[in-house]
Design a protein around this ligand. Structure first.
Ligand code: ADP
Ligand code: MG
Length: 446
């Protein structure tokens, strides 16, 4: 079977659940995968009518399925006819320009957000906005250091609005995503009306627009210009706009005065480092979510020894939970102290190297080292690859960059993505949870 056939089959497994059975049998089952061009999957359909129907009605679902199945495919091209040379003329090519939009994390809710004095104001403002989007504070501008819950609270607003009003069009994007989408459109050249239209549809045809990390507008004049127009259009229609940055707007380099004025014209909500009580509450809450119990003594110890952001707090918790698994012992204060001092005991560290973990993962999944470290993106390889990176971040105290290098020269952001992805899968997918646990045992017993 060709690689693109495997990718398509994986997407079909998803589509069987996400598309209606009529759409599936009438259209989707008539699609044949014929090629893979970079990250673009080429699909062939019998007639032009089919191509149009699919383009108009099913393309989003297909792209989403390719994403859910982790095929790595980011766009599709639809061709018509029996021969794979018989592609539609470029102008007729049915191909969305923009990559799919970003997802909202269902776990980031108001319920899972621990409220303390450091974020009480932010919490109430966010809640007010979520309850009545466009009416209370527009825009809501959230700012403060990294790892303090800005992204979490923004997703919470999105989840809340969507739950209360399922038809509301809520768009979450990072400022980088906004920029990438804009650049994609600009590359098409000024003549491309459809590209501009696609961009507008995405960013202006919304009820709630959430843009994360707008500090990335710094030194990007063209993006600022487009952002200004998007902002004005939504604002004048009383659509809710929510923005975040790691600093006050006045500290974003070259941010135009008019954008600064807009940003500061709504409600500014600052989030600061949590105090010790909030830290303790967050640790206990996060542990609970993972079905562990951390007593107040241990939680206090962790809180006192953490740096000031919540993300690092979660890192400490991970270390302690892992130590408890490793020593098969309950989470006591002495275990916590030991765990924080050293993520892994030195005798285990000696044998625990990246090579070691790679070998064990390859054996476990019965795949070759070349495949594990290579670039192929079928699910059979992507999953072990991500799990391998996750295990390295958990078990080895080495920089993410080093892990990326060991994993066939990948970027550290890829390692971060894999780590977060697997951490989430462990909670939702019991097969993965078991496999990861078995692997950990294998690695540690060596
Ligand atoms: P930021 O966007 O400000 O950099 P994030 O929203 O990504 O920070 O938060 C980092 C991590 O800390 C996330 O896992 C988030 O769930 C968690 N977190 C931050 N603040 C809180 C809070 N008040 N309650 C629970 N979890 C929090
Ligand atoms: Mg963030």
């Amino acid at each position: 079977m060709e690689n693109y056939e495997i990718l398509w089959n994986n997407a079909l497994d998803v589509l069987r659940n996400t598309a209606s059975s009529i759409a599936f049998s009438t259209y989707i089952s008539k699609i044949t995968p014929v090629d893979l061009e970079g990250r673009k999957l080429v699909l062939n359909v019998p007639t032009e009518l089919f191509a149009r129907e699919i383009a108009n009605r099913l393309l989003d679902k297909i792209l989403q399925a390719l994403k859910t199945a982790e095929t790595g495919v980011t766009s599709v091209k639809i061709t018509v006819g029996d021969s794979d040379k018989d592609y539609l003329h470029k102008d007729d090519e049915v191909e969305p320009l923009l990559e799919s939009s970003m997802e909202i994390n269902p776990r980031y809710t108001f319920d899972s957000f621990v409220v303390g004095s450091s974020n009480k104001f932010l919490y109430s403002a966010a809640k007010a906005v979520a309850e009545d989007p466009g009416k209370n504070y527009n825009p809501l501008f959230i700012y403060g250091g990294t790892g303090l819950g800005k992204t979490h609270i923004m997703h919470a607003i999105a989840n809340y609005v969507k739950k209360e009003n399922p038809t509301a069009n809520v768009l979450y994007a990072t400022c980088e995503k906004f920029t990438t989408d804009l650049i994609t459109i600009i590359r098409q050249g000024k003549g491309s009306a459809s590209g501009a239209q696609e961009f507008r549809n995405r960013y202006r045809n919304v009820d709630v627009l959430i843009i994360d990390d707008v500090q990335f507008l710094a030194n990007k004049e063209a993006t600022q210009e487009e952002f200004f127009h998007t902002f004005n259009e939504l604002y004048s229609q009383e659509k809710q706009i929510i923005l975040s940055a790691d600093c006050h707007p006045s500290q974003i380099a070259t941010l135009s005065e008019r954008l600064k004025t807009r940003f500061e014209g709504g409600l500014m909500a600052q989030v600061v480092s949590p105090d010790i009580e909030t830290k303790i509450a967050i640790i206990q809450r996060k542990a609970e979510e993972r079905k562990y119990i951390i007593n107040t003594e241990v939680a206090t110890y962790l809180a006192e020894n953490s740096s000031d952001d919540v993300r690092s707090l979660e890192g400490l918790l991970n270390k302690v939970i892992f130590a408890s698994l490793l020593h098969e012992s309950p989470i006591t204060i002495s275990l916590a102290m030991e765990a924080i001092k050293q993520a892994v005991s030195s005798e285990n560290k000696e044998v625990m190297t990246t090579t070691n973990i790679i070998n064990i993962v390859c054996n476990f999944y019965d795949i070759s080292k070349n495949d594990l470290l290579g670039k192929k993106r079928n699910k059979e390889l992507v999953e072990p690859r991500q799990i391998c990176m996750y295990l390295m971040t958990e078990l080895l105290s080495i920089p993410l960059m080093t892990i990326g290098q060991a994993m066939g020269g990948r970027d550290h952001t890829t390692v971060i993505h894999a780590r977060d992805k697997v951490a989430e899968l462990i909670q939702t997918n019991s097969r993965i949870a078991t496999e990861v646990n078995d692997l950990k045992n294998l690695i540690l017993k060596k």
